[in-house]
Design a protein around this ligand. Structure first.
Ligand code: PGA
Length: 282
């Protein structure tokens, strides 16, 4: 059986031909590289002591044979003590946000400073920043600054809600392309995307793996409008929003994601390490 994916309803410039998809007919978008499991601690952690304990519990609970890149995004003031002391082969750190330039910008963290204190990654465009007014244009500048500072940008985007005609896909495509406006084919290899539907962040349950997979295909099709298809296929695309240890495996098996960006599940060492371990049983 074949059926039309959400993507073929997209009526914009990138209108797709029909795609076949069912469990016995997987799209050739199977993600080959090592997955990345990232934990966004948001502002849940409120002391250095708590952060160090959480880090140590996560480190202890990780499987010996680690089949994923593990990255933690602590609050900015904790980046320095954690990254300087604990950044290693098994766990790296990233900034929850960066600013695109140094200078008179109160409260911001310039990309170069994040890099200097030990960050390897920078989360950019998270829904909670976009809700405060961050635009795709600002996201694009931050992505450019991260690349210049030799930080790996993890660029987050996602629709606020869905409509049954699939019109949200047009906005999603525009947001992806505008957020990557300063990324060229060479730097695309250094960029990680994180699809996080706003309606799933903080929700009790994530969408099914199949729903996520359809959106992953749509995202790759969108990337292929700007980059070559082969390059679009290689981009690591994480999923984030309400993933927990109960729901993770189904998404790992059916979602065709390149990993997860976890919020609540990342501040409980048992949940976080269980999700990392589940990639081994994929
Ligand atoms: P959640 O958050 O896992 O708590 O839903 C995800 C995110 O905001 O990255």
């Amino acid at each position: 059986m074949s059926f039309c994916l959400v993507g073929c309803r997209y009526s914009g410039r990138g209108c797709f031909t029909k795609l076949k998809a069912n469990t016995s007919d997987p799209e050739p978008f199977i993600y080959m590289a090592k997955p990345m499991i990232a934990g966004n601690w948001k502002s849940y952690v409120t002391s250095t002591k708590e952060a160090k304990k959480l880090f140590k519990d996560i480190e202890k609970g990780l499987p010996r044979q680690l089949k994923a890149d593990v990255v933690l995004f602590p609050p900015s003031l904790l980046l320095h003590p954690l990254a300087r002391n604990y950044s290693g082969k098994r766990i790296s750190f990233g900034a929850q946000d960066i600013f695109f330039e140094s200078g008179a910008h109160t409260g911001e963290t310039p990309a170069l400073l994040a890099k200097d204190v030990g960050a390897r990654y920078a989360l950019i465009g998270h829904a909670e920043k976009r809700a405060q007014g961050e635009t795709d244009e600002t996201v694009a500048k931050k992505v450019g600054a991260a690349l210049d500072a030799k930080l790996t940008p993890v660029v987050a985007f996602g629709e606020s809600s869905r409509d049954k005609n699939g019109e949200y896909l047009e906005d999603l495509a525009r947001s992806i392309l505008e957020s990557l406006a300063l990324v060229d084919v060479l730097s695309l290899k250094k960029v990680i995307l994180a699809y996080e539907p706003v309606w799933a962040i903080g929700a009790p349950l994530p969408p099914t793996g199949r729903t996520i997979r359809h959106t992953m295909i749509f995202i790759r099709k969108t990337l292929a409008q700007k980059f070559k298809r082969e390059d679009a296929l290689k981009v690591r695309i994480l999923y984030g929003g309400a993933v927990n240890e109960e729901s993770a495996l189904e998404i790992i098996q059916n979602g065709e994601t390149g990993g997860f960006l976890l919020g609540r599940a990342s501040i409980h060492a048992d949940s976080f390490t269980s999700i990392v371990s589940q990639w081994a049983t994929k």
